[in-house]
Design a protein around this ligand. Structure first.
Ligand code: G6P
Ligand code: MG
Length: 220
């Protein structure tokens, strides 16, 4: 039976995927590297260092380790400026009701985000209290699409992976959920998130009945 729901943060609970994009775009523009929304899909869900490497792959210059450190710092500073404006009303549609519904049913909840900024964002959104576990991104050995982050969340919750459902907006994240042998819901474009058991265009469509139904049909 469905015992736990594990949420990605950026692009699922709130629209910070947009802020990550904006901050990387500014860096790319400064460096004269081509960057757009389509290429940004590859960066979604992946950690800061890997995101930078994906960006720099498109440059014909090579950069030193010290330069890379500076770029990551600059991107993160800009990102932190952008997330300062986050308030509870920036929860994506349907998320507040969904968290309430899951809590009322005694379903355990965790956040599995690669972002080191995740705990601060949950505080700004006012939803920290809903989560039994928040995986520490700094403790991970392997990033998404490796299943490690979802397996750690399940372990911390004390729920077997087969009784967990994960929600993701990134292709790397959906692959991580599937790799962990959990049921996967994708939020976004079915073309990008084809590995999910079900894909919905927006979080506004999510509710407890739909999650239970997706779990039941996928787990059989
Ligand atoms: C999430 C986002 C990625 C981001 C990563 C690291 O996975 O989807 O776009 O690169 O977190 O975030 P951070 O806030 O630690 O740079
Ligand atoms: Mg995401």
């Amino acid at each position: 039976a469905l015992e736990a729901v594990i949420f990605d943060l950026d692009g699922v609970l709130t629209d910070t995927a947009e802020f990550h994009y904006e901050a990387w775009l500014e860096l790319a523009n400064e460096l004269g590297i081509p960057f757009d929304k389509a290429y940004n899909e590859n960066l979604k869900g992946v950690d800061r260092r890997t995101s930078l490497e994906l960006l720099l792959q498109r440059s014909d210059r090579r950069y030193s380790e010290a330069e890379k450190e500076r770029f990551m710092q600059r991107k993160n500073e800009r990102y932190r400026e952008l997330i300062r404006r986050i308030r509870p009303e920036h929860l994506l549609p349907g998320i507040g009701e969904l968290l309430e519904g899951l809590k009322a049913r005694g379903i355990r909840m965790a956040v599995a985000s690669a972002s080191r900024n995740a705990p601060a964002i949950l505080v700004s959104l006012g939803i920290t209290g809903y989560f039994d576990e928040i995986v520490d991104a700094g403790m991970l050995e392997r990033g998404k699409p490796d299943p490690e982050i979802f397996l750690r969340a399940a372990e911390a919750l004390g729920v077997p992976p087969r009784n967990c459902l994960g929600i993701e907006d990134a292709s790397s994240g959906v692959d991580a959920i599937r790799g962990a042998n959990m049921v996967a819901i994708g939020i976004g474009d079915p073309g990008t998130l084809g590995n999910a058991h079900r894909v919905f265009p927006s979080t506004g469509m999510l509710n407890l009945a739909l999650l239970s139904d997706t779990y039941r049909s996928a787990a059989n």
